[in-house]
Design a protein around this ligand. Structure first.
Ligand SMILES: Cc1cc2nc3c(=O)[nH]c(=O)nc-3n(C[C@H](O)[C@H](O)[C@H](O)COP(=O)(O)OP(=O)(O)OC[C@H]3O[C@@H](n4cnc5c(N)ncnc54)[C@H](O)[C@@H]3O)c2cc1C
Length: 483
């Protein structure tokens, strides 16, 4: 292999980047994967509530601004495996109808249908070893009460990328949702994909490589030939794949279009960063008069036809220590502990429609900070359904004897960031084509959650893995990588 010249240069090792790499390496292409962060330590600190939640040790520390120039820090993670190291591993497929437009809800269509992604959902589920756990006794009783009060709430067991052996390891079982497993119990992109290709001679994973810019071909800004990293190193590839996550990939492309002047001529330039989505998410903590003993908890999800764009998912273990990180410091620990013993967590997720004005902007804020311009008022049907669903579920919990308190996650809650380089058939209303290539540019592809035209009512990671696997297969089948 010639140093720094590859068939494919992939930026980012999260769900999308690792999935593209996996199928490209299997197709014998020479691949380099450039990851901004490092591998996470295996010293137990990724399971420690104080380090992870209170100190936010592993989270992004770079400030962003909202559309009023107010500073905040989005919940981004820069490490090998990206956000998949921290995710709750609830891995669900989008429904077939969620590949179609829904005009009333401001939802864009995919240029492909469910059937096109289905083989890659199958491959992803196999690689990630998905399975369902039985509900623990107290959760099952609660579900029974909710359904008895209102059969409209339809519970299903949650497909999890979590090994059954975790049940024998209490510390890991209580800290898998929002923490990074030390023993590899969780199917994340590192454990399930990168580790399987790590020894292949045609694959290199380079860490501490923050890509700062895309490189244009001589005399041809329409052709992307490589990338430059913050440390001054450059990497060249016949294919360059953006997979730095939906908050970063659009900024790299915006900077490239500005630097080359293409933002004036490329039809899709104004859509780069637009249509940002990250679900309308609220955490709902429900307190029971009695102490709770279930451990895994995150085993069920509710659907309800009255709220067709919404799901309610059980969250993992909660206790006083975890709860205290969300309560005012003045709340004494014994109060937090008493509350934690009686608490059950839920996550209410509503699909956010696409507004072109909800967008990510590189360097647009004061001091050149990146901007997240996002308002729920631009997607009123999503906001309204979410409010109604939260109220309705709180009501069902109350009937079941639990007092619920809901909190909207706000702009910093970017766990489900997506949709800033949407895929579509037409360059006038999308950024990448159905094969993942950026409209109007040669060699540049997008493999991460940026491409999602619709957010759906369920968590996005399985669909991002499937898209990445499909892109890897597509590029792997291309005989020649020239031009
Ligand atoms: C706490 C938490 C819980 C979650 N729970 C779930 C869940 O249960 N189910 C689910 O489906 N989803 C869940 N998610 C969301 C899921 O993790 C993401 O949707 C998914 O990881 C996104 O994949 P991605 O490839 O688009 O981006 P990421 O996973 O964010 O990967 C992007 C990668 O690019 C790297 N990178 C960034 N900038 C650069 C650069 N300039 N140069 C080089 N590399 C760069 C990053 O370090 C990162 O490794 C959760 C997320 C979080 C944070």
């Amino acid at each position: 292999m010639t140093p720094n010249v590859y068939d494919a240069v992939i930026i980012g090792s999260g769900a999308g980047g690792a999935a593209v790499a996996f199928n490209l390496v299997k197709a014998n292409k020479n691949v380099v994967l450039l990851e901004r962060g490092e591998s996470l330590p295996r010293d137990g600190s990724t399971l420690a509530v104080k380090t992870v939640f209170k100190q936010g040790h592993y989270k992004n520390k770079a400030p962003w601004v909202d559309n009023r120039n107010r500073t905040f820090m989005p919940e981004e993670f820069y490490n090998v495996g990206g956000k998949t190291k921290w995710y709750g591993a609830a891995l669900l497929r989008f429904a077939p109808h969620e590949f179609e437009a829904d005009e009333e809800f401001h939802c864009l269509p995919w240029p492909i249908g469910y059937a096109d992604l289905e083989p890659y959902y199958d491959q992803a589920e196999e690689l990630l070893h998905l399975h369902r756990f039985e509900n623990e006794p107290e959760l099952q009783k609660l579900i029974d009460k909710i359904v008895a009060a209102d059969p409209g709430w339809r519970p299903e067991s949650l497909p999890l990328g979590v090994k059954r052996a975790i049940l024998q390891d209490e510390n890991e079982a209580k800290h898998f949702d929002g923490f990074a497993s030390m023993c590899g119990y969780k199917s994340d992109s590192e454990v399930s994909l990168l580790n399987r290709i790590a020894d292949r001679a045609n694959f290199r994973l380079l860490t501490n490589k923050q890509v700062d810019s895309l490189l244009a071909g001589e005399d041809s800004p329409q052709t992307v030939i490589g990338v430059r990293c913050a440390d001054g190193s450059s990497f060249y590839g016949s294919r360059v794949i953006l997979a730095a996550g939906a908050m970063t990939s659009p900024r790299l492309l915006q900077d490239y279009l500005a630097q080359t002047g293409l933002n004036a001529s490329l039809p899709s330039a104004r859509l780069v960063g637009a249509h940002f989505k990250f679900h309308v998410n609220s955490a709902l903590v429900a307190f029971s008069p009695f102490a709770k003993h279930d451990m895994l908890r995150k085993t069920a999800i509710f659907f309800n036809a009255a709220y067709p764009h919404t799901t309610v998912q059980c969250l993992g273990w909660l206790d006083g220590e975890i709860l205290a990180t969300q309560l005012p410091a003045a709340v004494p620990r014994f109060v937090a502990n008493a509350m934690g013993k009686r608490a059950y967590g839920f996550f209410v997720t509503t699909e956010d429609g696409s507004s072109p004005d909800n967008r990510i902007i590189s360097c647009g804020g004061h001091g050149g900070l990146p901007v997240m311009d996002y308002e729920l008022g631009r997607i009123k049907p999503s906001r309204d359904e979410h409010r109604r669903a939260v109220r309705a579920f709180e009501g069902r919990l109350l009937q079941a004897g639990l007092m619920g308190v809901a909190k909207y996650m706000g702009l910093a809650g970017t766990a489900h960031a997506m949709g800033t380089l949407v895929t579509g058939a037409n360059p006038a209303d999308s950024v990448v084509d159905a094969d993942g290539k950026v409209h109007g540019l040669q060699n540049l592809y997008v493999g991460d959650g940026s491409i999602l035209p619709r957010a759906s009512r369920v968590n996005p990671a399985l669909t991002i893995y499937a898209w990445g696997l499909r892109l890897g297969r597509h590029l792997g089948q291309t005989d020649t990588f020239d031009g």
